[in-house]
Design a protein around this ligand. Structure first.
Ligand code: SAH
Length: 222
């Protein structure tokens, strides 16, 4: 079966499973997921499943990307923050729907790979940075939309603080890592109040606070 027919089947699958927003489906249809997967998994680029990427992380399942993106209700004037760049696929999908996307990844190797993919695909409205996304990106706040693609134990307060208080929406998985009871939550903020609603169960890699330790030849020892 060709990649094109696999892709058509995937889009039908997503539609059957609740991704009905045509702008979201069209962004997924136009984005070459094969650019974001590791070479060993090229033949599975359009399978509806998560796949391993470097640093022990995963590129999310297309259905989850579709449902979370749809739930985020992204408009073309929106400034969006994504936490957990990973392969860069979710950020690339958001870049087709929003005005500008800011994305943060704690593994700088993953970030470098993702940035190469954005350049290759000529995507110009993504700004990316290596850092701890648990703290958000204060210099660029407020954001109209925030999407977190790693599971937090609680809704990170700094992220709520960086959400626009005029109808800002954040979508994020919440729950213990490895827990089968993680859930995607949608937070809406108006003024100083916000309320959250449960969307669907999910299983994500954990949102880890702080940065990984890199072995560096220049690091000094006491
Ligand atoms: N959105 C990604 C999915 C990546 S998996 C994609 O489309 O491919 C989640 C990612 O979140 C991992 O790459 C992990 O390293 C990253 N992550 C986990 N905790 C983080 C944190 N505190 N700050 C930034 N990135 C984090």
């Amino acid at each position: 079966m060709s990649q094109d027919s696999r892709k058509i089947r995937l889009i039908m699958d997503l539609r059957n499973q609740g991704v009905t927003d045509t702008a979201v489906l069209s962004a997924i249809e136009k984005m070459p997921r094969e650019v974001f997967v590791e070479e060993a998994f090229l033949d599975q680029a359009y399978a509806n499943q998560a796949l391993p990427i470097n640093c022990g992380q995963t590129i999310s399942q297309p259905l989850i990307v579709g449902l979370m993106t749809q739930g985020l209700q992204v408009g073309n004037r929106h400034k969006v923050l994504e936490v957990g760049t990973g392969s860069g696929y979710q950020a690339a999908i958001l870049s087709k729907l929003a005005r500008r996307v800011y994305t943060i990844e704690r593994h700088r190797d993953l970030l470098a790979q993702a940035e190469k993919r954005f350049t290759k695909l000529n995507i110009r409205n993504i700004t990316s940075m290596a850092g701890d996304g648990y703290k958000g990106w204060p210099a660029q706040a407020p954001f109209d939309r925030i999407l977190v693609t790693a599971a937090a134990r609680i809704v990170p307060p700094e992220l709520v603080a960086q959400l626009s208080d005029q109808g800002g929406i954040m979508v994020l998985p919440v729950g213990e890592s490895g827990d089968v009871n993680q859930e995607v939550i949608r937070v809406r903020k108006d003024g100083t109040t916000y309320h959250s609603e449960r969307m669907f169960p999910v299983r994500f890699v954990p949102l880890v606070q702080g940065l990984p330790e890199y072995k560096s030849a220049t690091r000094r020892r006491e």
